[in-house]
Design a protein around this ligand. Structure first.
Ligand SMILES: *[C@@H]1O[C@H](CO)[C@@H](O)[C@H](O)[C@H]1NC(C)=O
Ligand SMILES: *[C@@H]1O[C@H](CO)[C@@H](O)[C@H](O)[C@H]1NC(C)=O
Ligand SMILES: *[C@@H]1O[C@H](CO)[C@@H](O)[C@H](O)[C@H]1NC(C)=O
Ligand SMILES: *[C@@H]1O[C@H](CO)[C@@H](O)[C@H](O)[C@H]1NC(C)=O
Length: 282
């Protein structure tokens, strides 16, 4: 009877913690129970046009710019991420440039564990330039969509999930290259990452093109499936160095022909939460 009463109190305490808005993950070390709260995945839809990006490290908006002011702008077309030619003379040796431009990078200020994210975006068709919409965790897990200016008819998918039981990231093991049904990287397409505890699926323009089940990520006896909270990161970057990266991106950038300022455009982003109990749907 005494034990029953204690258990009842514990359950009440855990339930009230789970309902607090700012709780992301409530761990009870005593019971080993991990409770989910609604904020583990919160639905969101943004067109960026009201300046929903903070320039500092404040967390009162959904996104934060990591790159300097001036590296991005928001207007009725959405969010533009800029990449500008580095100053001074740029020397190309083999497949690398000695100077690499700093492109814009934007993080979400929220993280979530499992959910479905749709990004409407386009990138420049300049060889050596990569536009990325990724989910990234503090443990360096990633679920990626990357479009390469040097391969305008395709887009790429990837995951990284360094396993503590293994000796590092396995590069290239889980990458995929997909062809557009129509259009190229500089057209706005809808790209979706659908991430649940058992499977990741990628879609373009509403058509699923690739999926990876958790068991497909076993390598050297370890699972490499992202299973920790991640944030959204948007970026445009110059892949003109190092050599392997530049070759992958069809770089280096030829600044004799490339525009001195180019941009990727993110029209809007939607986060849906099909895998988490949501009190609005209960
Ligand atoms: C964007 O900003 C507008 C106006 O400040 C606000 O109403 C809206 O909730 C914000 N959206 C997001 C996704 O932060
Ligand atoms: C942005 O995301 C990266 C990658 O996870 C992380 O290392 C960095 O701390 C984040 N910065 C902010 C301000 O959120
Ligand atoms: C560490 O990595 C090497 C090279 O990829 C691999 O051959 C080896 O099996 C790995 N060791 C462990 C313990 O995973
Ligand atoms: C996002 O942009 C696309 C293309 O302009 C549009 O069709 C879609 O309705 C937009 N979605 C949201 C949530 O604004």
């Amino acid at each position: 009877m005494h034990l029953h009463w204690l258990a009842y109190l514990l359950v009440l305490a855990l339930l009230s913690m789970a309902h607090a808005d700012n709780v992301r993950l409530v761990h009870s070390h005593d019971t080993g129970i991990a409770l989910r709260s609604v904020s583990e995945c919160e639905e969101l839809s943004t067109t960026f046009n009201s300046g929903n990006i903070s320039s500092g490290l404040s967390s009162d908006t959904s996104f934060v710019a990591i790159s300097p002011a001036g590296s991005y702008s928001t207007n009725s077309d959405g969010l533009q991420l800029f990449l500008t030619r580095p100053n001074g003379k740029i020397t190309t040796k083999g497949s690398i440039n000695d100077k690499v431009a700093t492109g814009a990078t934007i993080n979400s200020t929220f993280t979530f564990l499992y959910g479905r994210v749709t990004f409407y975006f386009s990138g420049p068709t300049v060889p050596g330039i990569v536009t990325a919409a990724i989910l990234v965790g503090d443990s360096h897990d990633e679920i990626d969509i990357e479009i390469l200016g040097g391969d305008p008819k395709h887009w790429q998918t990837n995951i990284f999930a360094p396993s503590p039981h293994n000796n590092g990231t396995i590069y290239g093991a889980f990458s995929g290259v997909e062809k557009y049904a129509s259009g190229t990287v500089d057209d706005i397409h809808a790209y979706t990452i659908d991430w649940s505890s058992t499977r990741i699926a990628w879609s373009v323009d509403g058509r699923e093109v690739r999926s990876l089940a958790s068991e497909d990520t076993m390598k050297n006896g370890a699972r490499h499936f992202p299973a920790k909270p991640m944030r959204i990161q948007l970026g445009i970057w110059d892949a003109s160095s190092p050599e392997g990266t530049s070759e992958w991106a069809r770089g280096p950038v030829d600044w004799n022909t490339a525009p001195h300022k180019m941009s990727a455009v993110f029209q809007n982003i939607t986060v849906d939460c099909p895998y988490v109990r949501n009190r609005n749907r209960a």
